[in-house]
Ligand binder design. Structure first.
Ligand SMILES: [Zn+2]
Length: 235
C-alpha cells in the first residue's frame, strides 16, 4: 500500500505519461503527411518527365518530317532540271546529287520510323505514370483525411488530459508537487517508482531492509537514497 499523497502522485504520473504518449503521436502526424506529400510530388515529377520525353520525341519527329519534305522537294527539283541539261558532265553531277539526296531520304525515313516506335513507347510510359499519379493522389487524399482526423482527435485528448492533470495537481501539496516536477524532469519522466525485489524500481539499486519495511508499511514518504525517486509498495 502507499500513502494517499503518493497514490495521487502515481495517478498524476500515469496522466503525465499518457499526455506524453498522446503528444508524441500527434507530433508524428505532420511529418508523415509531409512524407506522403513528397511521394505524391515524386509521382507528379515522374509524370512530367515522361510527358517531357514524349514531347521531345514528337518535336524531333516533326523536325525530321520537315527535313524529309525538303529533301523530297530537292529531289523533284533536281529531277526536273535533268531535262534541261545538255552537257554530259553536268548531267552526271546532278544525277550523283540526286542519289545522295535519295540516300539521305532513306536515312530520314528510317529515323522517322524508329521515332514512331519510340513515341509509342513514350506514350505507354506517360499512361503508366498517369496511372501511378492517380493512385498516389487518391492514396494521399484518403490518408491525409484520416491523419487529419486522427490529429484532431489526439489534440482533443491532450486538451482533456491536460485539464484533468490540472485538477489532480491542485489536490497535491505544493512542496511535494515541486519535488515530483523536479524528479520528472531529471529522471526521464519517472518520479514515483515501486520497490521491486528490495530494489528501487527506477535505478535498481538495493534499498536497506529498514527502508524496505517502512515502504511496505506505507506510513511515511520514502525516497531512494541513490536516485531520490519517491518509492511505494506494490503488493
Ligand atoms: Zn533509485
Amino acid at each position: 500500500m502507499a500513502l494517499p499523497e503518493v497514490e495521487e502522485l502515481i495517478a498524476l504520473q500515469e496522466l503525465d505519461q499518457r499526455i506524453a504518449t498522446q503528444e508524441a503521436a500527434a507530433r508524428a502526424i505532420p511529418p508523415l503527411v509531409r512524407g506522403l506529400e513528397s511521394r505524391l510530388q515524386s509521382a507528379r515529377d515522374a509524370r512530367e518527365a515522361a510527358r517531357g520525353a514524349h514531347g521531345g520525341l514528337e518535336k524531333t519527329r516533326r523536325l525530321k518530317e520537315g527535313e524529309l519534305k525538303q529533301v523530297e522537294e530537292q529531289v523533284k527539283g533536281k529531277q526536273a532540271r535533268l531535262w534541261e541539261i545538255k552537257k554530259n558532265e553536268e548531267y552526271s553531277a546532278v544525277l550523283k546529287e540526286i542519289e545522295l539526296l535519295k540516300a539521305k531520304r532513306s536515312a530520314l525515313e528510317e529515323e522517322i520510323l524508329l521515332l514512331f516506335d519510340q513515341i509509342e513507347e513514350a506514350s505507354r510510359t506517360v499512361a503508366t505514370r498517369e496511372g501511378e499519379l492517380k493512385e498516389r493522389d487518391a492514396e494521399f487524399a484518403r490518408l491525409r483525411t484520416a491523419k487529419e482526423a486522427e490529429l484532431a482527435r489526439l489534440q482533443e485528448e491532450v486538451a482533456a488530459s491536460t485539464k484533468e492533470r490540472a485538477g489532480r495537481a491542485r489536490r497535491i501539496e505544493a512542496g511535494l508537487l515541486q519535488s515530483y516536477t523536479r524528479l520528472v524532469k531529471s529522471r526521464g519522466g519517472l518520479a514515483v517508482v515501486p520497490v521491486k525485489d528490495s530494489s528501487c524500481g527506477g535505478c535498481f539499486v538495493a534499498i536497506t531492509p529498514q527502508a524496505h519495511a517502512e515502504v511496505r508499511k506505507g506510513e511515511a514518504l520514502l525516497t531512494c537514497a541513490n536516485c531520490q525517486r519517491i518509492l511505494y509498495w506494490k503488493g
